[in-house]
Design a protein. Structure first.
Length: 144
């Protein structure tokens, strides 16, 4: 197990990812949706891993949805970085994190590949996220 840390640029959103996969082979999916193209969004996940997200000021996190509106992009309203995307399926929260927001990961460990989910129907989309996304996700307000 490797603890990967990351977050937005200004520090408002931070996360700790207990990575259960091979830390030298971290998948990095360059999504070709219009949001990810504009943001340079490249995502990773491992279904057996655990993610803890800490937010200093929730008022400075803008939830953003587009397309099928099944995923929520957590955009830092102060610095504009989107470190994490979540999706709630059957009452459970799933997530992917932005590889560009990782702090302690060597770029050589990233296995970059293009990813295209255009045209995928909602059912297959949610089933894929259930299989591939981080399945143990918790958000904490640092001030609570
Ligand atoms: Zn920020």
């Amino acid at each position: 197990m490797t603890t990967i840390t990351g977050g937005c640029h200004c520090g408002n959103i931070a996360f700790e990812l207990e990575w259960q996969g091979n830390a030298n082979e971290i998948p990095a999916r360059a999504c070709d949706c219009t949001f990810c193209v504009k943001h340079g969004g490249v995502w990773t996940s491992h279904p057996g891993s655990r993610l803890r997200v800490t937010v200093l000021d929730p008022k400075l996190v803008t939830p953003y949805q587009h397309g099928t509106r099944t995923a929520t992009f957590h955009v830092c309203a102060r610095c504009g970085v989107t470190p994490v995307v979540t999706c709630e399926i059957d009452g459970r929260l799933y997530a992917v994190v932005n590889v560009n927001a990782l702090v302690n990961v060597d770029a050589a460990s990233l296995r970059r590949a293009p990813a295209s989910f255009e045209g995928e129907d909602v059912g297959s989309r949610l089933a894929r996220r259930k299989r591939n996304w981080i399945g143990d996700v918790e958000f904490a307000n640092a001030r609570s």
